[in-house]
Design a protein around this ligand. Sequence first.
Ligand code: NAD
Length: 444
Amino acid sequence: MNVTVFGTGYVGLVQGAILADVGHHVVCVDVDAEKVERLTQGHIPIYEPGLESLVRENFASGRLEFTTDSEAGVKHGQVQFIAVGTPPDEDGSADLKYVLAVAQTIAEHMDRKQIIINKSTVPVGTADKVRACITEKLADRGQGDLQFDVVSNPEFLKEGSAVADCQKPDRIIIGTENEATIEVMRELYAPFNRNHDKVIIMDVRSAELTKYAANCMLATKISFMNEIANLSERLGADIEMVRQGIGSDPRIGYHFIYPGVGYGGSCFPKDVQALIRASDNIDFDAKVLKAVEARNYEQKTTLFEKIARHYDNDLAGKTFALWGLSFKPSTDDMREAPSRVLMEALWQAGAKVQAYDPEAMEETQRLYGNRDDLTLCGTKESALKGADALVIVTEWQSFRAPDFAALSRELRQPVIFDGRNMFEPVRMIDKGFTYYSVGRQPVQ
Ligand code: NAD
């Protein structure tokens, strides 16, 4: 099938690459000329396991193309994916300007029946807006009789495993009531739907809400566990015991109930906010979502508070080794990352940071540039040298079994602030560390 994808971010690029890989002929359109130029030279702008080789191979085979030429893009595809960003507006609601700009572009250039597939995360009612926008433009062009359908097909990939998630989706949500469209969508996704039928057909509005509901449920799990962790700390309990205790109930399960330093990234914060705003707009008070957001906002400061308390609020001149900058492991994405809140609080208090992350060093450099109070270190070991303490913010695999003897040797004092409960407190005492974690008792 000839497929066009608008947007070459996490969603568009991965989707384009996996569709090309199974044999579809995909043209990816982006307005960012530099990005397109780099992609055609084989430079992948984001880190995702398996993505680089997938893009290179399919580009070389001619099944995956990149262009800024939106007219050629529209003319190529039998279906048109919209996979552009929907960042928060000033009041937190989803900004649809990029989605509607693509709708305009499609309407400007389409010359035959089209299926417009919305993969961006958008509020309920967006398909209607896209439809209205296209209908108006086609009428302006005197092409009002051209047929089209707008489908909601939300994306559920996780950054860090985006390629695998798209190749083996848990579900393929198709929001449309048009039988012919359903047939085309089934054909498009057939290569990813072989093990058992993962296609769930529903009306457009339910499909749009499903995406928000999924992300908000996951964010709720995190904020709930963080709330219980904070309680554990104050009540003399151990959240890791509590986690295992509740996870053993199959109605609760072990997935996604880890306490930490709050959720970040480009999706949970913005999607929780957007659903709150959408609720406000219809005079519905989304009480649970507001609490989820408030807990997360506070959770991002908890690690700093522990550090400040340990040093009696005197952090001026102190240096901290910081492991983990990306908002979660296996990505270089630092959007809304807890590490940023922490670093900025440390700098504000006059401390310095020696930071290391396996993938997000370039992104950190891009965000903060050169500053006296930030040293970007080439290895996790070099970040320790002369630091007063180690702070762990992201649970990368390579941090799980460090050389503790080297750690005590390199740090000025054997102190660790662990935002991800990577180690056993009792073992840390045995090794001579002062060890702070989340929802467990601090140990000296
Ligand atoms: P992104 O910001 O990484 O990429 C968006 C791309 O769209 C950019 O390259 C931008 O230049 C391009 N673009 C903007 N306007 C354009 C236009 N008019 N024509 C062509 N290209 C244009 O975004 P993303 O992370 O891929 O997210 C895209 C959407 O998918 C969002 O709605 C997001 O909420 C949703 N989503 C993201 C994830 C994720 O993990 N990142 C997961 C599921 C869903």
